[in-house]
Design a binder for this molecule. Structure first.
Ligand SMILES: NC(=O)c1ccc[n+]([C@@H]2O[C@H](COP(=O)([O-])OP(=O)(O)OC[C@H]3O[C@@H](n4cnc5c(N)ncnc54)[C@H](OP(=O)(O)O)[C@@H]3O)[C@@H](O)[C@H]2O)c1
Length: 324
């Protein structure tokens, strides 16, 4: 089969488009014929080996442990292992396969059944591939860590990227009044997916204008914890779901110290939790038309390096997808 392979950390130039052996499913695995894959910041970090933490967290210290990138997958099941109970050949599925070694940037991948769900019937493979990582991060950040309530004023900082475009729609689904923060060129996109108010971060700083929010989801963007705290209502919650490594550490380590029982809360999602249940929640929201994936660009598998270069620039509008 054809795959995008790398054997050393580096820029997208280290990726090779080559022939490799097609995987065989183990007893608890299904073999997926990949129809589409999507890119995530985690692919960029695993490609470059930076921040160094990704190497320490099982990526491989000196060279990558897993040779094929790709966390988000959508495709059709071609074969199943003997212990597989939930799926059968022919089923269309989607899922986040970062939990089992990745490998979506290939014509086939073999993964345990419990990281997959049936693909929403009303969307394409490309749209389905755009969902698992980004949407589940947004869902867990908003629903679990943020404990969103209907009618709350919610602000999404970094609303136009992969996670942000799902966060806006998921917060709307939970009945919030949503303010989306993005740059000028993305204002129309975030309005089109349901944002009630938009703030252009190149013109206004939402932490300085006196407006207060019940829940702030920090997807991207660069504000200190005190800035976020200032923009919270008296019992409001800030949830860090992404950003730079110092930002992530700050919210994890200092957030609890700066939070007050019964008062403002500064929290971190930490790492998204693998959850087949949440994938099914997203399937239902997609089928009900409550959430629609925003796809920026599509690249053929052979141009995965170009796709990663684009993602690495940090200004994707929604998701970047690989098609087969
Ligand atoms: N916790 C987890 O397990 C987990 C999982 C997945 C991702 N993440 C993290 O979540 C973050 C977002 O991921 P993503 O996939 O959404 O990234 P992405 O799609 O690459 O984000 C790109 C978007 O971010 C916006 N942006 C860049 N700088 C900004 C700023 N200063 N203020 C507001 N928006 C800004 C860009 O808009 P402009 O072009 O307008 O600037 C662009 O639309 C990353 O830090 C990633 O590491 C965490």
């Amino acid at each position: 089969m054809k795959a995008i392979v790398y054997t050393r950390y580096g820029p997208p130039e280290v990726l090779e488009f080559k022939e490799v052996e097609k995987p065989t499913p183990k007893d608890d695995e299904v073999l997926i014929k990949v129809h589409a894959a999507a890119l995530n910041y985690g692919d960029w970090a695993s490609l470059t080996g930076t921040p160094f933490l990704v190497r320490l967290m099982g990526g491989g210290l000196l060279k990558p442990k897993h040779k094929i990138l790709g966390m988000d997958v959508a495709g059709r099941i071609e074969a199943v292992g003997r212990n597989v109970k939930q799926f059968q050949p022919g089923d269309e599925v989607f899922g986040d396969i970062s939990w089992c070694g990745r490998g979506a940037f290939a014509e086939y991948v073999s993964v345990p059944e419990n990281v997959l769900a049936l693909k929403p019937a009303n969307i394409s493979f490309e749209e389905a591939a755009a969902v698992p990582v980004a949407a589940v991060v947004a869902l867990q950040g908003i629903r679990d860590t943020g404990q969103i309530q209907p009618g709350q004023k919610v602000l999404i900082n970094g609303a136009s990227g992969g996670v942000g475009s799902f966060a806006v729609q998921i917060a709307k689904y939970y009945g919030a009044e949503v303010t989306a923060v993005c740059s000028t060129r993305n204002l129309d996109i975030v309005r089109s997916i349901g944002a009630d108010q938009v703030i252009d971060y190149t013109k206004k700083d939402f932490t300085q204008n006196g407006q207060l929010y019940d829940l702030i989801i920090g997807v991207n963007g660069y504000h200190s914890l005190s800035d976020y705290k200032r923009a919270l209502s008296p019992e409001g919650t800030y949830v860090c779901t992404g950003g730079t490594l110092p930002q992530l550490f700050q919210s994890m380590l200092l957030g609890p110290l700066m939070s007050k029982k019964g008062g403002k809360q500064l929290r971190s999602l930490g790492s998204v939790q693998q959850s087949q249940k949440d994938l099914v929640v997203m399937k239902e929201l997609l089928e009900a038309g409550k959430v629609v994936p925003v796809i920026d660009r599509r690249y053929p598998l052979s141009e995965a390096a170009e796709a990663l270069r684009y993602l690495g620039e940090g200004h994707a509008q929604g998701k970047v997808v690989i098609t087969m």
